[in-house]
Design a protein around this ligand. Structure first.
Ligand SMILES: [Zn+2]
Length: 336
């Protein structure tokens, strides 16, 4: 492996772990107290009582020691475990779900590989969305009908719906038609799926009508449209489609507020418009994660080029852009 290839590999691991360093480091060190954010003895220089603190600045797993200085997650991990850099890298890759190009697949945690396989199986049972199917009816009902739907969406005619009863293993209780959305990791490979269970052209009346198949989405996105030098970002799939229909912009869906701020974006995108959900009637999660993403992107860009980042929030508390789009469609056109 050349120096460049190795640097790329490290870079990919760092991107995949972004925003998840605390969990990754804790799980690799058996919940070592170094990551509790409190001042304490330094695990690197192994001295003092309060000289060290884990800051996790910008979600990058950073620490600061008043004696041996600042540092990043790999140095910290090596300091605590005694691993070599390569050993630390391999373990971080496994935790962050990165498949190292030079390593056999057996290096990956088996559960993640199993989930990927399950996602592939469900995806292959589904078919592209066509006029008249349940997904088309559902989207049309929200003013989001399209002549041709993105490849990242599919229609599953009868997807099992599982529910956990008490401590028992979750059991399939019914089957519903569903909209599937493929969630791609930073490497562009399908990681898992998002499911929206449907009934009679609407979201099915279930406690969990919308859900991701497995945990660990970690900055992955539903890549609905191919980015140009511009890319729109929204939380929900419906909102992403609404933004695309109203602006023509390519848009990706980040699926949750927590994931939005970790989103991985290609370097080729020069202008990013973030279409936030307005969660002003609750805890402002939508706005907070949109601005957290904007802030992170701005800081990252400072190091490379000056790309533009804008955030758009719908005016009314408790609404998303998909609602704004639908209300505009339903309003009679004003004649100027
Ligand atoms: Zn130190």
């Amino acid at each position: 492996m050349s120096k460049q290839e190795f640097d790329d590999r490290v870079d990919r691991a760092v991107r995949a772990a972004h925003g998840s360093w605390t969990n990754i480091l804790k799980s690799l060190t058996g919940d070592h107290p170094a990551f509790n954010g409190k001042n304490q003895a330094c695990p690197i220089c192994r001295k003092g009582v309060d000289r060290f603190r884990y800051t996790n600045q910008h979600g990058e797993g950073m620490y600061f020691c008043h004696q041996c200085g600042p540092g990043g997650p790999f140095k910290l991990l090596q300091g605590i475990t005694g691993w070599s850099f390569l050993q630390a890298l391999e373990r971080v890759e496994a935790q962050a779900g990165v498949v190292a190009t030079s390593k056999p697949e057996s290096n990956e945690p088996p559960t993640q590989e199993r989930m990927k396989k399950l996602a592939r199986k469900i995806w292959n049972q589904a078919v592209p969305v066509k006029a008249g199917d349940e997904v088309d009816r559902y989207l049309r009902g929200r003013g989001l009908g399209m002549a041709q739907y993105p490849d990242a969406l599919r229609f599953h005619p009868a997807l099992g719906y599982f529910e956990k009863i008490g401590d028992a293993k979750s059991r399939q209780i019914a089957e519903y038609p569903a909209m599937l959305a493929r969630i791609d990791g930073a490497d562009g490979e399908a990681l898992t799926l998002h499911r929206t269970y449907l009934q009679d052209g609407r979201k099915a009346p279930l406690p969990d009508a919308k859900k991701v198949l497995s945990a660990g989405v970690n900055g992955a996105a539903v890549r609905l449209f191919k980015p140009t030098d511009k890319l729109g970002i929204a939380e929900g799939i419906e909102t992403a489609l609404a933004v695309h229909l109203s602006s023509g912009m390519p848009v990706w869906a980040g699926l949750s507020a927590g994931n939005l701020e970790k989103l991985w974006l290609p370097d080729s995108v020069q202008c990013i418009c973030i279409y936030a959900d307005n969660d002003g009637n609750s805890a402002f999660d939508g706005q907070a994660s949109a601005y957290a993403l904007a802030r992170r992107l701005k800081k990252e860009f400072k190091r490379t080029t000056d790309r533009q980042v804008q955030v758009f929030v719908p005016k009314q508390d408790g609404t998303v852009w998909a609602d704004v789009w639908l209300s505009r469609l339903n309003k009679p056109r004003r004649v100027a």
